[in-house]
Structure formats: C-alpha cells, structure tokens
Ligand binder design. Sequence first.
Ligand SMILES: Cc1cc2nc3c(=O)[nH]c(=O)nc-3n(C[C@H](O)[C@H](O)[C@H](O)COP(=O)(O)OP(=O)(O)OC[C@H]3O[C@@H](n4cnc5c(N)ncnc54)[C@H](O)[C@@H]3O)c2cc1C
Length: 488
Amino acid sequence: MAVAATTPVLEIAALARDIVGPDWVITDGAQLRVYECDGLKNQREIPGAVILPGSTDQVAAVVRLCHERGVPFVARGAGSGLSGGAMPTAAGVVIGLSRLRQVLDLDVPNQRVRVQPGVTNLHVSEVAAPHGLYYAPDPSSQQVCTIGGNIAENAGGAHCLKYGFTTNHVLAATVVLSDGRVVEFGGEAPDAPGLDLLGVLIGSEGTIAVVTEALLNLLPRPQHVETLVAMFPSSETAGAAVSAIIAEGIVPAAVEMMDRLAIDAAKTQTPITWDTEAALIVELDGPLIEVQSQFEAVTAICERCGADAVRVAATPEERMEIWRARKSAFAAVGALAPAYLVQDGVIPRTRLPEVLNAIRDLADANGVRVANVFHAGDGNLHPLVLYDNKVEGEQDRAERVAIRIVELCVEFGGSITGEHGVGVEKVCSMPKMFSGDDLTAFARVRAAFDPDGLCNPDKLLPTPRLCGEVPGFHHTHAVEAAGLGERM
Ligand SMILES: Cc1cc2nc3c(=O)[nH]c(=O)nc-3n(C[C@H](O)[C@H](O)[C@H](O)COP(=O)(O)OP(=O)(O)OC[C@H]3O[C@@H](n4cnc5c(N)ncnc54)[C@H](O)[C@@H]3O)c2cc1C
C-alpha cells in the first residue's frame, strides 16, 4: 500500500493498520492523550502512535517495524504503574496489550494457567476459583492491573509476605525481543536448564522484551483463614508488634498497617468504624489447627505490645470489608487532599518505629501531611504525601519530601522501591543504591537484549542525559549505539 506518512512513527502507524486492523491504531491527538502517563501523573509525554495488536505475531510485526526504523516503543498494560514505567517516549510507539486478554489454558491437575498479558491479576484467581485454586500475588490494584505489567514490575501485594512476589509464581513467558524475534523464557518444568532469562525479565520494567504469554503457577486455597485488626495507640507500638510477631517464628499470610490518616481516607469509601492511631491487619492461613494456635499467639503479642483492642473478622463478609478498607486506601486519600504522591520504599522491618518517626518529623518540618498504609510484614512502606497543587510551591515541597523519604529508606538499610518500580520517577536515585560497577553490569545485560536501546528507553537505568553525572559511565561506541549513554 502507498504510505503517505512524513515521520518514521507515522509510517509505522500506516503500515501497522494493515497488520492489526485500522481500528487498532491511534494517531489522533486527543486520543493519544489517554496514553500520556500512567499512575504517576506528574510526568507526561504524548506518544507518536498507539498500536493495539491482537496476537503475538502482530506484536512481533509491530516491534519489527520499530526496529527497522529505529523508533522507540513501550509496552503498556493497564497503565496503573506508579513510577512512570509505561510513560511513552516522545515520537515513539505505545504497544497496548489490552486486546490480549484470553486465558489460554487452565491446567487444573498441574495447577497452572497460561494467559495472555492483558488478563487482569484478579481474573486469574476468578478463573481458578471453581477448582479451589488461586493466583497468590495480589497487588491492591488487582482489579485492573495486568499480568504483563505484574511481570514487568515484579508486582507484590499484601500476601507476598508468606507467598512471595510475582517472580515466585511465573514458570514461563513468551516474549517478543526488540528486533521482533519471538522466544520462550523458562519452561513447564521447574528449574529449566540454561541461563535464567525469566529471572532477568521479571522486574525489568519493560526494558528487555514485550511479554505476550505467561505460564503461571496456581496454589490451592488454604483450608482456613483468620483475619484480625489490632488497634494501637501509635504507629511505633504497632511497628513493634510486627517485629514481635515475626520474631516468634510466625509467618502470617499478611501483615498490613494503616495510620490514622489512611484510616480516615478509607472511611470515606468503606463502612469501617476504626478509631485509632494505627491499625494492624494480620491474616493467618493454613491448616485449621495451625491457624488457631498462631491466632492465639498473635492476639497475645498484639496485646502485650499495647493494642487497645483486637477485632476479629467473624464472617467472610467482615474479612472482605477489612481488605476493602486496606485496598481502597490509596485511591481514597484523594478525598482528603486535591493531590498526592504515592511513595514506595523498603526498610528492615525492625526499624519501622524509627523510620515512621523520621517520616512524621519530615512531614511536620515541611508543612505537608503524610498518610501511611503499607505492607508492614516485609517493611515495604507506602507513604502518601498529600498536597494542594493550587497552592504555589506545595507540589515542590511534596516532591522534596517524597524523595527524602526514599533516601531515608536507603540510609536505614533499605531500598528505593519495593514493588512500584524505578520507572522514570526514581531512575536518578539508582546511584544511591548501586555502585558504578553494579550499574554497568545492569546496562550490559540490558544491551544484550536491546542493543539499539529501543525497548522502553530512559526507564530503570540512569544515564548522564537524564541524571547528569552517573557513576560507571565511560565512553564506548557500542553502548552509545545501544542508546544507553556512555556506560561500560
Ligand atoms: C491504587 C493502586 C494500588 C497499587 N497497589 C500495588 C500493590 O499492592 N503492589 C504492586 O506491586 N503494585 C501496586 N500498584 C502498582 C501497579 O498496579 C503495578 O505496578 C502493576 O504491576 C502494573 O500493571 P499494569 O498492567 O497497570 O502495567 P502498566 O502500568 O501498563 O506498565 C507497567 C510497566 O510494565 C511494562 N509492561 C506492561 N505490560 C507489559 C508487557 N506485556 N510486556 C513487557 N512489559 C510490560 C510497562 O512498559 C511498564 O514499564 C498499585 C497501583 C495503584 C494505582
């Protein structure tokens, strides 16, 4: 067909209409705006085109078009990421995976399911439920976020304390490499021979390849579940209880904490009546007899650590209400302030009380409010920095506080991100955690998969262009050609 396009990206869009069908290519300015950011709303870029393929072969053909023309592309699931991972590159292509949402094969005897990447996290468990099975990783965004996005971000959730993150539940993935070749990482048999490329893929934030199918592990539903909410007079006492529970040798399915501000937010969306400074949600699951004895121990520990009250979910509905309160808290904070930043950092759980104090002091000193709702069991904090974007200077102050919070996490021996990824938001914070040699090793692996630097560039790894001086950068032609700056 004749291509009346003037730029490489429009040429790709024109050719892609023949591959994916004319309805699945977007170049209209107003429609492109829908894709300009993900859940990180303060960074935006309009893509040159959005292409929505309907099969692995179509994804591969679109990627080949980008490769041939040197045009960058970014895979996009539901766009619920909170670090800008799915933010487009200007004049680049967004490859939306939302049409790929079929459950391809539910293998009940082997407790596995093969899915396309656009299937939502919750839908996997819904499909498995009639067979007494479920998919363990449970991000709070599970109603909307996709398996492709979960793999790219190594998503976690409340129950990852006991069951592990996405990386512990993916057996294999079909991926399209940056030149359009289709390969399979991992395999049906556990511990497949060869290099662990699946391990490299999971958590690579879309910088290695586009996932077009995944084989997931399913777990049997536990025999018994108990959920309690312990009310504490302070976040510090609740934090001390978390350490005490784990020190006792108990591994709950989940230990989540909400402070008063987060509870106030959740009250705007759910009927909870908790009136406390800090609520600790503890869920225990497993064989009935084990859960019962652990439940008594956890209750005693909470009381010993100063809990004013311990409420137990008496019915499945009450349990759902507790989880609705916890999982709605991020979005509900929007009812308390015109704008907010979601932060994500990790600290050693024994240092929870100190870090929570430090965050409070930081918030007070900067005149902003910070709500805390987080995975306390694995020390994965999610401070929500509230601000009014109409008050001059308040957004800047909120951003400074948010960045200082992750720096605190590193200073306390933790990490700049637990589960939301580096994306664009934290790319320049990577040298705070990694040496020049570490970053060089990452860059070499990435360049091996994507030598032209087209697959979600400017995410995850810092470059001098993005961040100024970056340790570990030395000029070589090969890496410059890989679009990774001058590292190696
Ligand atoms: C209210 C709320 C609560 C949240 N709670 C949690 C939580 O508890 N735990 C947690 O881990 N996260 C949480 N998140 C963050 C987010 O939902 C996860 O990171 C999720 O995994 C993103 O999935 P997505 O489909 O929206 O991916 P997107 O946002 O579309 O993309 C995220 C990254 O994945 C890449 N990507 C997407 N699809 C593919 C693919 N098929 N192949 C290759 N790369 C791909 C993108 O390029 C991007 O880098 C929350 C977000 C919100 C808004």
